[in-house]
Write a protein that binds this ligand. Structure first.
Ligand SMILES: [Zn+2]
Length: 324
């Protein structure tokens, strides 16, 4: 019994030894394998022969190279992008510059335009001032032509190189056709002052007045041809003659009164000095003067006063014009 028990103990001891030896051997093999593996990762170790083959290594290198290349490419791309961006930025800057330049040019142009406008305005203002400042005198002589007075007046006007307007009476023109012609030839304006100048007759009715105008027009036309027959002056003026004014206007005439005079009709004879004084007095403060005078018989002082009146008006800055 004892022997059996010892044998069993020996067998068990032997089994234990064997187990231990196998364990050590297996551990040694596994340990070797582990430390010789080129890839010390747990995955490779567990996967056995899954070592990196040379081909794979080249591929890996290739991969690495292509990665690098890709990176380079990417970098280049990035660079290109940057370049492009730079270019774009430069273009953008150029554009902005150009726009700014354009704006600047537009501004300059605007300033220039404004300057020109200002200049124009100034000029216009000066022009307006000039036109506003224009002083015009219309010398008008009524009731001629007369044999003695009219030639003297024409002489003075010729000497002074001034044109005047003659409101002629048809009957007088018929008596002095030569003087009428001279007036016309010397560039003066001849206008209509009725044929008869007979207040009782012409102001008895508007139709009488129109007929008298037409008679005067016919006489004058027969002597000098066409003239300013539609330009008329009422004997004694248009003042208070509303019906006559309407009648002549409807018949196609236009009338001109006066706003200054020498007073030569205010008495049968008025001294030269008084005529000049009257002219100055009535003309005062007016830019446009319609001056009433007469070249009727007996108006010698009108002739005498005329040169001085002309000089006075010139000195006052008046220009002489004729009515139309
Ligand atoms: Zn008259």
């Amino acid at each position: 019994m004892k022997r059996t028990r010892n044998r069993k103990r020996k067998k068990s001891k032997f089994k234990g030894m064997m187990f231990f030896v196998i364990f050590i051997a297996v551990s040694a093999i596994l340990g070797y394998k582990f430390f010789n593996s080129s890839n010390h990762t747990l995955t490779t170790f567990l996967g056995g022969n899954k070592t990196v083959s040379p081909t794979n290594s080249v591929d890996a290198n290739k991969n690495t190279a292509s990665d690098v290349q890709a990176k380079i490419d990417e970098s280049k791309k990035e660079q290109n992008k940057t370049e492009e961006k730079k270019g774009k930025d430069t273009a953008e800057i150029d554009k902005v510059k150009e726009e700014n330049e354009k704006k600047e040019a537009a501004k300059k142009e605007q300033v220039e335009n404004n300057k020109n406008k200002e200049e124009k305005k100034k000029n216009e203002a000066v022009k307006n001032e000039n036109s506003e400042g224009d002083k015009i005198a219309y010398l008008t002589f009524d009731d001629g032509p007369s044999y003695k007075i009219t030639p003297q007046i024409l002489d003075i006007l010729k000497e002074k190189n001034i044109k005047a307007t003659f409101f002629v009476i048809g009957s007088m023109a018929g008596e002095n056709p030569g003087l009428l012609k001279r007036e016309k030839n010397e560039g003066h304006v001849i206008a209509n002052h009725t044929y008869s100048h007979d207040y009782k007759k012409i102001y008895s009715s508007t139709s009488n007045f129109i007929n008298d105008l037409k008679k005067g027009e016919n006489v004058v036309t027969s002597i000098i041809g066409e003239y300013n027959s539609k330009l008329i002056r009422f004997p004694g003026g248009s003042f208070g003659r509303t019906a006559y004014k309407n009648a002549v206007t409807n018949a196609g005439y236009h009338y001109v009164d006066w706003n200054a005079l020498n007073g030569d009709a205010e008495a049968p004879y008025v001294r030269k000095e008084k005529l000049i004084a009257r002219l100055k007095e009535t003309a005062a403060g007016q830019k446009t003067l319609y001056i009433l005078m007469h070249d009727a018989p007996g108006k010698q002082s009108t002739v005498e006063a005329l040169p001085e009146i002309i000089e006075y008006l010139k000195a006052q800055g008046y220009e002489f014009r004729t009515l139309q």
